[in-house]
Design a protein around this ligand. Sequence first.
Ligand code: KIV
Length: 267
Amino acid sequence: MSSQTPASPRMTANRVQSKKGKEKIVCLTAYDYFSATFADAAGVDVILVGDSLGNVIQGHSSTLPVTLDQMVYHTEIVARAAKRALVVADMPFGSYQVSTSQAVDSAIQLMRAGAGAVKLEGPYYSEVQAILKAGIPVMAHIGMTPQSVHALGGFKVQGKTESDGERLLLELRALQESGAFAVVLELIPSELSERLTRETLMATIGIGAGVGCDGQIQVFHDLLGITPHHLKHAKRYGEIGQAMQDAIAAYVGEVKSASFPTKDNSF
Ligand code: KIV
């Protein structure tokens, strides 16, 4: 008989939703094996393979160029690392907007890659329903939806006026009705996010939406201080970008001065 304590149970969409009102839900993006391993070991509940990889992995200025094949590739890698966290795969731009059958096909590819749920942006109610009908849990995403950056006129806080707040409330209700288990609230005033959180049975996951949400999500590179810019909605818990730059500079210096490798690194 093993004396080890049993490992904490694998997170599922149901388990994430059942934390609502009881325990904060911790979410973080990851795109590769070691970042996902670190997130999983630290107790992150949901690892999102975000299409933000377009920005932080590929160096684009938006998420629009990210393809479904690329999301499948990164989802496979992250799923290999995640032992406890729920892996949610983002549906990239152009993979669900054409038709419900396109949305279901795309979601199936992401689930085959190892995801436990998918996320899509905006008021795609019949797509959420169709994906759910295929047995796939869906996380929704409202507020600042980066795939619509051109229509929204930039990365701006949403729901600042009463009528825009009402629009978000209607979207929230319809997404719940469609069966989404959770919803990302991005760049939404705190007071409105609190109201949205109270109004829904879905777990609300905030980014730039205040502390009143059921959980929080951050982009891996922002959290660790790898991205150079300081974003108001993000907190840098490390300065890993500078640490990497310093380490590489030290390596460059030691190779040039022939102080690396030493005998210890040689055979
Ligand atoms: O792609 C992403 O990383 C996201 C989060 C910022 C919510 O959608």
